[in-house]
Design a protein around this ligand. Structure first.
Ligand code: FAD
Ligand code: SF4
Length: 481
């Protein structure tokens, strides 16, 4: 509970938060530019002034990487963006990313005391403002608060496998302490889901590239086109002198529905669809010559962030009608509120209480429609959400020429299958200590989606940071870590 000192003044409702400027829906569905435009200076200062600087700032308790939120906002209240940035960067290697995609409503902002009577401080938007305003500084300034990076000890080498937010955070933490880090990535670009999953209109590639460039300045080696378990093994890394390995290979194996017709032309996994659009730059056709499937009537199956991204991408690629088909109701959708709101504003139709049971096609094997079973809500299940229950005999056929399956993902198996020594959980993820990332193999650590299953950017970053702390403690000793 909040202390009385940190409660908003009795009888006085907090002022409403400053709205985020956005591109108009009708304009933005015709382009891939960022939807949320970010605060201008005056807006950021007004929003920062809403923070009442609680003695016990509950907002921090909701942040997996423990950003000293009250303190960065205090600097911002004095318009000292540099100090604000240094405070954020002291625990968060990717603030421009987090300010854009973290589910703040359930984390820092979900805990903010102002939310008890009115609207919480817009912490994510302020973080984005500070990061965007300050990105011009050198990486060493950003990360260490000093103009020079620490001297790198080439003998203390650590390998990170995968280049998503968990590995990038681990790499930044270790490099800031003078440890030589190499990041091995299977794909041809670095950034994990931040690059190949989350679309440009939510997280511009330039923002991820700037955060990655900061790591390069810290002498982190980033090696794309290296597939752990195929191009090299974990044992070979130790043979080459690496002292520790961090595994952050994510949960990139798409799940399917197992219903008839899933092999028809026009049915995609969200993973394939979004990777083509993002990494292949299909959204920038014909400047990049990767065409994508031109869906006219599109059905996206699922209700999370991935489903929202696929639906909004399809709209921007010219679809005339896009439906999100979801088994429960809008209230149970796991997507971030803001993304769901933006999707609806843009014209995405929500087909709720509907479960797909079959895809139908023509004689050429092309998708023409899907059959959905109408559902109603029953008792709450283990997740606390009410389970969808089929309404007997209630089926409906929806015309569609493209379907995107966004119903979850499993552990990426390539590295795991080649490393039987690595203990796995019942669900096939890496069994790692929650506090340290330690696995069953000595000096091998893991974190992010490959441990937890599909989760969030910030939780992957928290895991990368905890593992890096432990690696630094072992390699440098208690004090230096
Ligand atoms: C479309 C989409 C939208 C999302 N939206 C949000 C959002 O709005 N907010 C949010 O917080 N979270 C969101 N998430 C979830 C979030 O992106 C993930 O939880 C997070 O990226 C996990 O980070 P990670 O470091 O564990 O792995 P990843 O980001 O998955 O990165 C793993 C990397 O490892 C590489 N790799 C795999 N196997 C190997 C190997 N054998 N050798 C070398 N490299 C390998 C992969 O190519 C990949 O680049 C979204 C996810 C998706 C798919
Ligand atoms: S952001 Fe909210 S909880 Fe955190 S210090 Fe400010 S008012 Fe208090």
């Amino acid at each position: 509970m909040a202390s009385s000192e940190s409660s908003p003044k009795k009888g006085k409702s907090p002022t409403p938060r400053v709205p985020m400027p956005t591109q108009e829906p009708l304009a933005r569905i015709k382009n891939f530019a960022e939807v949320a435009l970010g605060y201008a200076e005056d807006q950021a200062l007004i929003e920062a002034s809403r923070c009442i600087q609680c003695k016990k700032p509950l907002c921090v308790q909701g942040c997996p990487v423990e950003v000293p939120i009250r303190d960065f906002i205090a600097h911002l209240q004095k318009n000292d963006v540099q100090k604000a940035y240094e405070v954020i960067k002291s625990t968060n290697s990717l603030p421009a990313v987090c300010g854009r995609v973290c589910p703040q409503e359930t984390q820092c902002e979900g805990n903010c005391i102002l939310g008890k009577k009115g609207e919480p401080v817009a912490i994510g938007r302020l973080e984005r403002y500070v990061a965007d305003t300050y990105m011009a500084l050198s990486a060493c300034d950003q990360i260490t608060g000093k103009p020079e990076c620490p001297l790198i000890n080439e003998d203390l080498k650590v390998a990170c496998i995968g280049s998503g937010p968990s590995s990038l955070t681990a790499a930044g933490y270790l490099a800031a302490r003078g440890i030589k880090v190499t990041v091995f990535e299977a794909l041809h670009e670095v950034g994990g889901v931040l690059i190949y999953g989350i679309p440009e209109f939510r997280l511009p590639k330039g923002i991820v590239a700037a955060e990655v460039a900061a790591l390069k300045e810290q002498q982190v080696d980033l090696l794309p086109n290296w597939v752990g378990g195929k191009t090299f093994t974990i044992k070979e890394l130790f043979d080459e002198g690496y002292k520790a390995v961090f595994i952050g290979v994510g949960a990139g194996l798409p799940k399917f529905l197992g219903i008839p017709g899933e092999n028809l032309i026009g049915v995609f996994s969200a993973n394939e669809y979004l990777t083509r659009a993002n990494l292949g730059r299909a959204y920038d056709f014909p400047h990049w010559d990767t065409p994508t499937f031109p869906g006219r009537r599109v059905a996206v199956l699922g209700g999370g962030n991935v489903a929202m991204d696929a639906a909004r991408t399809a709209l921007r690629l010219g679809a005339e009608e896009v439906r999100i088909v979801y088994r429960r109701t809008q209230g149970e959708m796991p997507a971030r509120h803001e993304e769901l709101e933006h999707a609806v504003e843009e014209g995405v139709i929500l087909e709720i209480l509907s479960a797909p049971v079959e895809f139908k096609g023509d004689s050429q094997g092309r998708l023409t429609s899907m059959v959905i079973q109408k559902m109603e809500l029953g008792e709450p299940d283990a997740s606390g959400r009410r389970s969808p229950v089929p309404i007997e005999g209630a089926f409906q056929e929806l015309a569609c020429d493209m379907a995107v399956i966004a119903v979850g993902a499993g552990p990426n198996p390539i590295l795991l299958d080649s490393t039987p020594e690595l203990k796995r959980t019942r669900r096939g993820y890496i069994d790692a200590n929650q506090d340290t990332g330690e696995t069953s193999m000595p000096m091998v650590f893991a974190g992010g989606d490959i441990v937890t299953g599909a989760a969030t950017v910030i939780s992957a970053m928290g895991a990368g940071r905890r593992a890096a702390k432990e690696i630094a403690r072992r390699l440098l000793g208690e004090d230096a870590a």
